[in-house]
Design a protein around this ligand. Structure first.
Ligand SMILES: O=C(O)CCC(=O)C(=O)O
Ligand SMILES: [Fe+2]
Ligand SMILES: [Zn+2]
Length: 663
């Protein structure tokens, strides 16, 4: 009998359930990862759920697999929830399939995981880009002895100093202590005219002199931040404020190794191993342009072979495993900058920013101006590039449009590049958008579209059988204006007409699943597409049943952290709209989301959505205003609409959605 076919056998309820799950895993592997499973036995099995991405280490999985035969290779791609095992013979792989399929194992975090196995012809997954260290970055191994490490660790006293409470802080994600100058997390800067008494600890002074003499560093720092991270803690991705510190920033890792993620504005993430007693030296592009951060988690994916110590974690998946984090203490030394920064990265340089980021709007007029500048003008400018990243219609929206009776008149309010206007040829669809350039793109495709504001659509009341408004309402900057936009959609509907509305959700992790928007930022994932809003979600997949805990425990910083301004180095004051870091969780409901235009891309030819790691080819960055909706917020707004009932409300891959019906 074909090993995947059990049709002749009467299955129990549990067996059926398990079979369903196995089939689901197979579908997900194909749709999400492009891995084709086969229905006949081969030597190679893909083990869904048995991956580094859900906390199963090589040491855990390999012995289980070896019990059933001779394993030729076990490939574990970084951060993926599956792995590939190749057995010496098909007999052995069949035995493993029969025995392990549906079996529980306990992963390295003590969680129960069910394995689902399928045969494949070859072990392959979406290729990881060849990675190199970000330009200007160095990791010097074994820069100090273990005796010195011990002395340094003993030199920091973590007992509260009541005389100087400012020197030490317990942030949500770690403990910090400052020397030389205090670092203020409210504005991510230092008071340059208020050095702390005592300067840097003596023990550091001689060490720094030595590194200078030996050429590891070029400048003598005058500020020290000591960070201490328990396993599970981290530091959000950030760029150290340009105007606060000089070019060279160095960090000494003590107590335990850790993976630090460096991220280029393009979305390229490079995970860098910082072994204990190593010195990280960030200069130039790696200091000014790339963000650095530590994902809060208890395990890191690391190279298994002994020879490999510092540097990038490559895609050599035959050689990756999990390493349990210990307590890491870092000494980060910086030199306070006394003159404005004149780096060559003006787009991320607070010294060179032409104008400060806008504030939260306080009146309708301010809101309208904000939308004008941070929504309308931006879409006008990015229209061509934006459109080149918007191809795939989202399945639930397609379903809604396909279910409408033929001949229906349907308005797409905020139709963008018209991706939904031709979905159902039986409908009469009209699109409108605030952006002339997007409307032109629709017209080039022979769709009916016109320019208007969603607050006043020049269409007769009660004339539409249905409306859709996808990723639009979140661009209105006050609750009143968002209500007015909903009201306008309701006005267009005839009695009994339906509207489907999508807005971006504050919750990018829902029911323990990360949205695709977040999942695309997994470190180790090489080059990634980086469009930056909900419409970026080109794929709708059901993830392989995944316990998804790698960094879930404390990955969402508290409001407290938000107020401390730690989530973004460029945040200036609380009234300023924060600038969001793409592919990370939201820390504010109102924010600016960067759009990276490529090179000279404008209305013209779309360029590759990602550039090679470490290039200087960064085009302009434009910021779009968003109000991301919290759970229940869209529903609550819709409930106040007259003559409208909510037929359905749901969460769809990072968006809150409702289907409304006019009474
Ligand atoms: O812990 C580290 O090595 C880095 C700390 C850091 O980036 C910072 O304090 O700005
Ligand atoms: Fe930093
Ligand atoms: Zn700068």
């Amino acid at each position: 009998m074909d090993s995947n076919h059990q049709s002749n056998v009467k299955l129990s309820k549990t067996e059926k359930k398990f079979l369903r799950k196995q089939i689901k895993a197979r579908h997900t592997l194909l749709r999400h990862e492009g891995i084709e499973t086969v229905s006949y036995a081969t030597q190679i099995l893909v083990v869904a759920n048995g991956g580094l991405g859900n906390g199963v280490s090589r040491n855990k999985l390999l012995p289980e697999l070896e019990k059933l035969g001779q394993v030729d290779a076990l490939l574990m791609p970084p951060n993926k929830p599956y792995s590939f095992v190749t057995y010496k013979t098909t007999e052995e792989s069949k035995k493993a399939y029969a025995t392990l399929n549906g079996q529980n194992i306990v992963n390295d975090l003590g969680q129960k995981i069910i394995l689902y196995l399928n045969f494949v012809e070859k072990a392959q997954w979406k290729e990881l880009g060849l990675q190199a260290l970000p330009p200007g970055l160095k990791v010097v191994e074994e820069i100090i002895s273990s005796e010195d490490e011990k002395l340094l660790l003993e030199s920091v006293s973590w007992t509260e100093d009541t005389d100087n409470p400012n020197f030490q802080k317990s942030l949500k994600h770690r403990r910090v202590k400052h020397f030389g100058y205090e670092f203020h997390y409210e504005n991510n800067n230092v008071h340059k005219d208020k050095p702390l008494p005592g300067g840097l600890p003596d023990i550091c002074d001689s060490m720094l002199e030595k590194w200078l003499k030996e050429g590891f560093i070029r400048h003598k720092p005058d500020q020290l931040t000591v960070n201490q991270y328990e396993p599970g803690q981290g530091i959000p991705a950030h760029i150290d404020t340009h105007s606060a510190f000089e070019d060279e920033i160095i960090s000494l890792s003590l107590g335990s190794e850790i993976i630090m993620d460096f991220k280029h504005p393009d979305g390229v993430t490079v995970p860098v191993m910082l072994p204990l007693r190593s010195l990280l030296v960030m200069t130039g592009e790696s200091r000014y342009l790339w963000t650095h951060g530590i994902t809060p988690r208890k395990f890191d994916t690391v190279q298994a072979s002994k020879g490999h110590k510092s540097g990038i974690i490559t895609g050599d998946v035959g050689d990756l495993t999990l390493s349990k984090r210990g307590i890491r203490t870092s000494f980060t030394f910086r030199k306070v900058r006394q003159t404005p920064c004149d780096c060559s990265y003006p787009l991320v340089c607070d010294s060179q920013m032409k104008e400060p980021p806008p504030s939260f709007p306080e009146s309708d007029k301010e809101a309208s101006q904000l939308e004008q500048k941070y929504v309308h003008q931006v879409y006008e400018e990015i229209a061509g590039h934006f459109s080149s990243t918007r191809h795939t219609p989202w399945p639930h929206i397609v379903e809604f449009l396909k279910a409408l009776p033929s001949g229906s008149l349907v308005a797409d309010v905020g139709c963008g590049n018209g991706k939904y206007l031709g979905i159902n040829k039986e409908l009469y669809m009209i699109g409108c958008d605030r952006s002339q350039n997007l409307v032109d793109i629709c017209r080039e495709k022979q769709y009916q579209a016109f320019v208007c504001d969603a607050l006043s659509v020049p269409v007769r009341s009660g004339s539409c059988d249905a409306c859709i408004s996808i990723a639009v309402i979140h661009h209105f900057a006050t609750a009143e204006r968002r209500m007015a936009a909903l009201q306008e959609i309701a006005r267009l509907l005839r009695s009994g007409g339906k509207a489907l509305i999508y807005v971006w959700a504050m919750e990018q992790e829902y029911q323990k699943k990360k949205s695709k928007y977040l999942r695309e930022n997994k470190s180790n994932q090489g080059r990634q597409e980086i469009s930056s809003d909900p419409s970026a979600q080109e794929l709708f997949v059901e993830p392989v049943p995944d316990t998804g805990h790698q960094d879930s425990a404390c990955s969402i910083p508290s409001i407290n952290d938000f107020q401390k301004g730690r989530y973004h180095s460029r945040e200036v004051a609380n009234s300023m709209l924060p600038i969001h870091t793409n592919r990370t969780s939201f820390h504010s409901q109102d924010l600016l989301v960067p759009w990276h235009l490529k090179g000279n891309a404008s209305k013209e030819k779309p360029t590759e959505p990602f550039g090679p790691a470490g290039t200087h080819d960064t085009g302009p960055v434009l910021h779009r205003y968003y109000h991301v909706f919290c759970e229940g917020e869209l529903e609550a707004a819709c409930q106040t609409l007259n003559n409208v009932s909510i037929l359905q409300s749901y969460y769809d891959q990072g968006n809150w959605c409702v289907i409304l019906q006019k009474a």
